[in-house]
Design a protein around this ligand. Structure first.
Ligand SMILES: C[S@@+](CC[C@H](N)C(=O)[O-])C[C@H]1O[C@@H](n2cnc3c(N)ncnc32)[C@H](O)[C@@H]1O
Length: 253
């Protein structure tokens, strides 16, 4: 497998999570939609659209104009709603003329991008003067807090594995400076993603099973059982919580 194939394999294997992820960030997106009023935008690009969930949301609820999704991964694009217009392409070399879009929107995208500055320069090029560039949700996993701290091994494992998958775990904090380097003046904000015990309880078993292949490489079976039991107990007592900062970066060209 070459780098491109590995990347696609990883993204396809986590793609079942896209719905859950977009649900978690829904309030943040709604506040952005309300504040920046995308309604009158004539042409919108949803960059790194994956299977098109956000493209559908943008075209159904937010914008009166044309919404186009673009993604590198053809298999994800094939899963989109048939009514959506999507293009397979690379964000580093967008197949659009200068000044094409009123809004270029991204959601959980830059985390996966290997050359963010190149991509942002491309976004600036295809955005019309006065148009908006909205990076709506980019995590910063170094900023994750696990409580109680004994469960912070989840964070350490992810921080070690994610770069092998090609992910930039601190993209959230860096994104604004890439915008500045690309010549646009960003507004940077943080949305606190907080998972209480009751939220964690809903997905605990599924999350555990998803992480199991990796956890098995690190812990012995009885250590794993013990960790699982302790975490379950902490959740049941209402003591466990997780926090992530989610950055949004918005600029007008
Ligand atoms: C985590 S997914 C997010 C999908 C969608 N925005 C959502 O929130 O449901 C990130 C997407 O970015 C795409 N991607 C990464 N690098 C890309 C690039 N250079 N050009 C186009 N798409 C890219 C991936 O294929 C993947 O579908």
């Amino acid at each position: 497998m070459n780098r491109y194939q590995i990347f696609n394999w990883i993204i396809e294997s986590i793609s079942n999570n896209f719905s859950r992820q977009s649900e978690i960030t829904k309030d943040l997106r709604n506040s952005i939609y309300n504040k920046y009023n995308l309604r009158n935008a004539k042409k919108v690009l949803d960059l790194g659209c994956g299977d098109g969930k956000i493209t559908k949301e943008l075209s159904t609820f937010c914008c009166m104009g044309e919404v186009i999704g673009l993604d590198l991964n053809i298999n994800l694009l094939k899963r989109k709603d048939p009514s959506l217009k999507v293009i397979c392409g690379d964000a580093e070399k967008l197949p659009f003329q200068d000044n094409t879009f009123d809004v270029v929107f991204t959601h959980l995208f830059f985390l996966w991008v290997s050359r963010p500055l190149t991509v942002i320069k491309e976004i600036v090029r295809v955005t019309r003067d006065g148009g908006l560039i909205i990076a709506s949700a980019e995590p910063d996993y170094e900023g994750r807090i696990d409580y109680p701290a004994e469960f912070s091994y989840h964070k350490s494992i992810f921080l070690n594995i994610a770069p092998i998958w090609g992910l930039d775990t601190t993209i959230g904090r860096k994104l604004g400076s890439f915008f500045i380097k690309a010549g646009v003046n960003p507004q940077i904000g943080i949305y606190p993603l907080f998972f209480s015990s009751s939220t964690l309880a809903e997905t605990f078993q599924k999350d555990w099973e998803r992480n199991l292949p990796i956890l098995k490489q690190i812990f012995l079976p009885d250590e794993l059982e013990n960790l699982k039991m302790k975490e379950k107990e902490a959740i049941q007592k209402g003591e466990r919580w997780v926090y992530y900062p989610l950055f949004y970066v918005i600029a007008q060209k």
